[in-house]
Design a protein. Structure first.
Length: 647
């Protein structure tokens, strides 16, 4: 099959910060002498006290330690706001587009300053200071960004929990980082439907006893909520009592900025910890170069701020660059399936960054909902979160971008803080489905199962050989888990958990996770989390969860469930289990298919052979590989016979 290649459009070659020659020179310099390269680019943010030491990092076994700009001091909120005021006080920082198309709001940099200071003062009055953790459980409204930046201003560490998570998931995240303060809203609003955020918070706090001292509640819908006297306060009332001035606390480059919980192949979600200086430099620099952000551009990332994409590419990267960033409360299909493109036209969006799953679902409705809109303002398109299939890429390029907008397919992770592998729109010839080449300072390698580094065109597992400033520093409260998870599979290298192919042009093609993490609609989930939710149901004795290819979601959740003795499989029980998992974790974890299985394939030592379950879920049971170590080979026939229909 002939590979399709898209050349850099002529206007892009002219406009962009870097062309191919410059990319190669800068990349070469960045990996030859990282100290010099980052020593220079670290200056893109304002430092209260400049750094002298640039890079002090080690991936060595048992001694992993990552420090960037370690003797510099700065403040993230100062960089995202105050620094811009002389030139940009009246420029829009945040365009907010409500769930209801009749609602939108422009927040200027001056207003951002005032709102963030007020929020910081409300928090400070409740005892929040440097090093304290604050949990934020909010809808997509500007106050969420104000709250994050208010924490950064005070030196407090925020932990944003996605508003779609259940009370139990929220409770375990509050408990893990011991937040004494929680910020939430009365209700969220998505696609015309209300999300009971305050009620969920109440339920979460009930499970925790009295560990949370203050709940700050932002009014969004005006829906009725219960306010606990002494503990809960309305933000709009508290904000009246404070001024719009609040000094930005001087922070060391390596002081924590935020924790974000993410799923791995084992156990509970880990608190990924990002720090101040390196994170901001990296988020800002990637935002500028990958999206080729110039003054005046209107930039829109459709992610939720509950995920890392929202942190780095709605809030921190764009605001550090003095950009105009659009924040969207709603969903792509409400009130109509043209919503994304209507918003593009309404706000004259130039750069649009979304997930492949959204593109695939919009593709199903055909071209007309897209072509009936103008989209003339669009210049660049981006994707993130999962591999994009070439068909979806082509549709995005041809229909949405009318063939004139390059697509940046950006590969990265919660752990990496910012984009690591990506095209640059003025420099990189595009191949649909490939994230193409590494960003400056990033050294990807492909290794085989034994850890041997493969050269040239090769396929294997993706590792990164050296540190970059945006890298996570530790798992909050558990450095050993950090080292074990990321630096022990391939000693002295950061293991991404992704499989990858490199072609003859040195382009990288991410093939998906090689561990027990699945990616459902761009949401990352550990199969172990879904399993433990299932086995917590009184009728379930055992469960094994795997991913299977799903046309829209990328991967669907396939659960094999063994019931307690005496329990009978039924459609009702199937529905009950799906509802149970939604309640335990949240709607994003709902199993798509449940197969009742009298037995699971196990080795003689009792380990579930997931490889076999995965193949059956993928309908590839003709080729199950070696089954000779199974304790009872007969279970496999039953599993194949009763497999669930995907259509
Ligand atoms: C930013 C984000 C990380 C996992 C990652 C990989 C998958 C992300 C991708 C991609 C192929 C891309 N992934 N971007 N796969 N191409 N452009 O998504 O972070 O939620 O931590 O997920 O997502 O499998 O390992 P996170």
């Amino acid at each position: 099959m002939e590979e399709k290649v898209y050349e850099v459009p002529a206007d892009w070659a002219k406009r962009a910060y870097v062309d191919d020659t410059k990319y190669r020179a800068m990349y070469e310099a960045s990996v030859r002498d990282p100290e010099a390269f980052w020593g220079e680019h670290g200056k893109r943010i304002h430092w209260f006290h400049p750094y002298h030491r640039v890079k002090n990092t080690s991936f060595a076994q048992g001694k992993v330690s990552i420090r960037w700009f370690e003797d510099g001091t700065t403040n993230v909120a100062y960089n995202c706001i105050d620094r811009h005021l002389p030139a940009r006080a009246k420029q829009t920082a945040i365009i907010w587009e409500g769930d209801d198309p009749a609602e939108s709001r422009h927040v200027t940099y001056q207003e951002l300053h005032d709102e963030v200071c007020r929020f910081a003062n409300v928090l400070r009055n409740r005892g929040v200071g440097k090093g304290d953790t604050v949990t934020i459980y909010m809808p997509m409204i500007p106050e969420t960004a104000f709250a994050m930046l208010a924490c950064a201003r005070l030196g407090a560490i925020h932990s944003v929990v996605f508003g779609g998570f259940s009370p139990d998931s929220l409770a375990s995240r509050i408990a893990d980082c011991r937040s004494k303060v929680v910020i939430t809203a009365d209700e969220g609003l998505r696609g015309g439907r209300k999300v009971p955020l305050k009620a969920n918070t109440d339920a979460a706090l009930e499970r925790l006893g009295n560990t949370v001292e203050h709940v700050v509640v932002v009014r969004r819908t005006g829906g009725a909520v219960n306010m606990e006297p002494g503990r809960d306060v309305w933000y709009h009332e508290a904000a009246k009592m404070v001024t719009s001035e609040c000094p930005a606390v001087e922070m060391n480059a390596e002081d924590p900025l935020f924790i974000l919980y993410t799923s791995g192949s084992t156990g509970q979600p880990k608190g990924v910890l990002h720090t101040t200086g390196g994170y901001l430099v990296y988020a800002a620099m990637t935002h500028q170069y990958v999206f080729d952000y110039h003054d005046g551009d209107i930039y829109w990332c459709t992610a939720d701020v509950g995920w890392v994409t929202g942190h780095s590419y709605i809030v921190y990267g764009p605001l550090a660059n003095g950009a105009t960033t659009l924040m969207f409360e709603g969903i792509p299909t409400y009130p109509s399936i043209s919503r994304f493109w209507d918003v593009v036209d309404k706000h004259k969006v130039n750069v649009f960054y979304t997930a492949p799953t959204a593109i695939r679902s919009l593709m199903q409705a055909g071209e007309e909902p897209v072509t009936r809109t103008s989209r003339a303002s669009l210049r660049l398109l981006g994707t993130v979160g999962e591999p994009i299939n070439p068909e979806a890429w082509e549709w995005y390029h041809r229909v949405v971008g009318e063939g004139r907008c390059p697509i940046v397919d950006t590969w990265w992770q919660t752990e990496t803080g910012g984009i690591l592998i990506t095209p640059l729109p003025g420099a990189t010839r595009l191949k649909p489905g490939s994230a193409t080449r590494p960003f400056f300072g990033v050294k990807p390698e492909i290794v085989d199962a034994e850890g041997k580094v493969l050269e040239g065109p090769a396929e294997g597992n993706l590792v990164i050989a050296d540190s970059w400033p945006g890298q996570m520093r530790t798992v909050y409260g558990d450095h050993k888990r950090f080292m074990d998870t990321y630096f022990s599979t391939y000693p002295d290298k950061y293991f991404t958990g992704d499989g990858c192919r490199r072609d003859a042009d040195g382009y990288y093609w991410i093939t998906g996770r090689v561990d027990d993490v699945i990616n459902v609609s761009g949401h990352r989930m550990g199969t172990a989390e879904v399993e433990s939710a299932l086995v917590a149901h009184p009728k379930v004795s055992e469960a094994a969860v795997v991913g299977y290819p799903h046309d829209i979601k990328g991967q669907g959740i396939y659960a094999y469930v063994t019931l307690m003795a005496g329990e009978q499989p039924s459609e009702d029980l199937r529905k009950e289990l799906v509802a149970w998992v939604r309640k335990e974790i949240g709607p994003i974890a709902s199993p798509d298919l449940i197969q009742f299985a009298p037995g699971l394939p196990k080795t003689r030592s009792g380990k579930i052979m997931r490889r076999i379950l995965r193949k059956i879920a993928e309908d590839e049971f003709g080729n199950l590989g070696d089954t000779s170590t199974l304790a009872d080979p007969a279970v496999v026939d039953d599993l194949i016979h009763n497999r669930q229909n995907k259509r």
